[in-house]
Design a protein around this ligand. Structure first.
Ligand SMILES: [Zn+2]
Length: 402
C-alpha cells in the first residue's frame, strides 16, 4: 500500500456487530457493542463511529456485509527473535517428558549462530503470520542472545517491527555462567542493559525456580526502571513463587503466565485497582504455553471474579508455545479457563492494550488507531464458537487494508 492510500479517508460500513471496547456504548458491557455501525478512518486514525445509515462520505468504502468488526488483537507477549525450532522437544513432551524450561538454552545456541538477516527473516515471517490472524500490535522480547552483542542485536531487529520491545536478558542464566549467576546478573544490569536499552521500551525477567529468584529479579528490574524502562515479569508459570507479588511491588504493567496463584497473589493484583475499575498491573494469561506443555491452565475465573484485569497473549516462541494465533488463545481461554467469549475477546484486545499501557489501541473510538479486523462471521462469539477456522476476512492496520 502506498503512503497516499494511508492518507485517504476510508469508511467501513454495513457492520453487523461492532466491538468498540468502549464500555457504556450500546450493548455487551465492556465490549461496547454497536449494531449496524460504520467507522470512518482518516490518516490511520478512527475519526468517527456511528450508525451505518449516517456514515459520512469517504474516498474509499469497504462494505462489511453485515459481518462483525473488532479492534485488531494486541498480543502483548511474544518471543520472535530466535533461530531454529524445537519440534523434536515438543514431540518428546507429548510422549511424556516434562517441560522444565531447559530447552531455552538450545534456542540460545542457534540464535547466537544465526546471522542478522536470518533472525530478521524469522521476525518478518512471524509478524506477517500474526497480522494475517488479526494481530495488529505485537510485543517482541529479546532473550535468546544472552550476550551483550546478541541481546542488543535482537532488540535492534525487534524494533524494526514493533515499538513494543522488551529486554529479556534475564531469560535464563546461560551455560557459561551456570555456576556464577551473580556475575551474570551483574552483566545484565551493567553492559547488557546499557546496550539493549536504546532499543527497548520494557524490561522483563523470568522469575522462576531454575531461572531467576526474587532478589536477582528485583535487582535487574530496578536497574531497567532506573533507565526508564517499564516493568513486566514472567511469573508463577511452573509453580507458585514470588514473581506476581514482585511485579506488583515494582508497579509492573503486567505479570505474565500466572498459572500457579495463591490468594495472596490475587489480592496483591486486586490491590492495584484504579479509579476506572482496571488494575494497574494486568494478569496476562498465555494458554498456548499450557497447551504446548500439556500443563494445567491458569484459573482465569479466580482473577476475573477478584476484579483483576486479564489479558490474553500467545507467548509465541519456539519451545513452549509456537503459535502466533490470538483466535486460538481466545478459544482455549473460553473452553479451558472459564472465560466467557466476551471476556476473552476483551482480554485479547483491550486487555492487551492495558498490559502495554496503551490507550490508542484495543479500542475503536475517535482518536484510536485504525487497527481493526473484519470477521467472516456475524458476531465476536464465533471466534471461540468456531475454533481453528480462519475467520479473519480482512485486517486494517493503521487504516490500511492488508
Ligand atoms: Zn514468555
Amino acid at each position: 500500500m502506498s503512503a497516499r492510500s494511508e492518507l485517504a479517508s476510508l469508511v467501513v460500513h454495513n457492520i453487523g456487530e461492532l466491538v468498540t471496547n468502549v464500555a457504556g456504548t450500546g450493548a455487551g458491557g465492556p465490549l461496547g457493542l454497536r449494531r449496524r455501525a460504520a467507522v470512518l478512518i482518516e490518516q490511520g486514525e478512527v475519526v468517527w463511529v456511528g450508525p451505518t445509515g449516517d456514515a459520512p462520505a469517504a474516498d474509499r468504502r469497504i462494505d462489511a456485509g453485515g459481518a462483525a468488526v473488532l479492534p485488531g488483537f494486541v498480543d502483548s507477549h511474544a518471543h520472535l527473535v530466535f533461530a531454529g525450532d524445537r519440534a523434536a522437544e515438543f514431540a518428546a513432551r507429548m510422549a511424556g517428558q516434562p517441560y522444565t524450561g531447559g530447552g531455552i538454552r538450545t534456542t540460545v545456541g542457534a540464535t547466537r549462530a544465526a546471522s542478522d538477516e536470518e533472525l530478521r527473516a524469522t521476525v518478518r515471517r512471524l509478524r506477517a503470520e500474526a497480522l494475517r490472524q488479526g494481530t495488529t500490535t505485537i510485543e517482541i522480547k529479546s532473550g535468546y542472545g544472552l550476550t551483550v552483542a546478541d541481546e542488543a542485536r535482537s532488540l535492534r531487529i525487534a524494533a524494526e517491527f514493533s515499538r513494543e520491545t522488551t529486554f529479556l536478558g534475564a531469560h535464563v542464566v546461560p551455560t557459561e555462567y551456570a555456576d556464577r549467576p551473580d556475575e551474570y546478573v551483574g552483566l545484565v544490569c551493567g553492559p547488557m542493559l546499557a546496550a539493549a536499552a536504546p532499543y527497548a521500551r520494557w524490561i522483563d525477567v523470568f522469575c522462576e525456580r531454575g531461572a531467576f529468584d526474587a532478589d536477582h529479579a528485583r535487582t535487574i528490574l530496578a536497574c531497567g526502571q532506573a533507565l526508564g524502562l517499564g516493568v513486566r515479569v514472567h511469573a508463577n508459570q511452573l509453580g507458585p513463587g514470588p514473581g506476581v507479588r514482585l511485579g506488583v511491588e515494582l508497579g509492573a504493567a503486567s505479570v505474565d503466565h500466572c498459572t500457579h496463584l495463591t490468594e495472596a497473589d490475587i489480592e496483591a493484583l486486586a490491590s492495584t485497582r484504579m479509579a476506572d475499575g482496571q488494575t494497574a498491573t494486568v494478569a496476562t494469561l498465555l494458554p498456548g504455553a499450557e497447551f504446548s506443555t500439556r500443563s494445567p491452565y491458569p484459573q482465569a475465573r479466580r482473577l476475573l471474579d477478584a476484579g483483576v484485569t486479564v489479558a490474553l497473549a500467545t507467548d509465541c516462541n519456539p519451545g513452549s508455545s509456537y503459535t502466533s494465533s490470538m483466535p486460538f488463545c481466545i478459544a482455549l481461554a473460553v473452553r479451558e479457563m472459564g472465560m466467557t467469549p466476551a471476556e476473552a475477546v476483551w482480554a485479547a484486545t483491550a486487555g492487551g492494550a492495558r498490559a502495554l499501557r496503551r490507550d490508542d489501541i484495543g479500542v475503536l473510538r475517535p482518536g484510536a488507531r485504525a487497527d481493526l479486523i473484519i470477521l467472516d462471521a456475524p458476531s465476536h462469539l464465533h471466534l471461540a464458537y468456531r475454533p481453528g477456522v480462519p475467520l479473519i476476512r480482512q485486517v486494517l492496520h493503521n487504516g490500511v487494508p492488508r
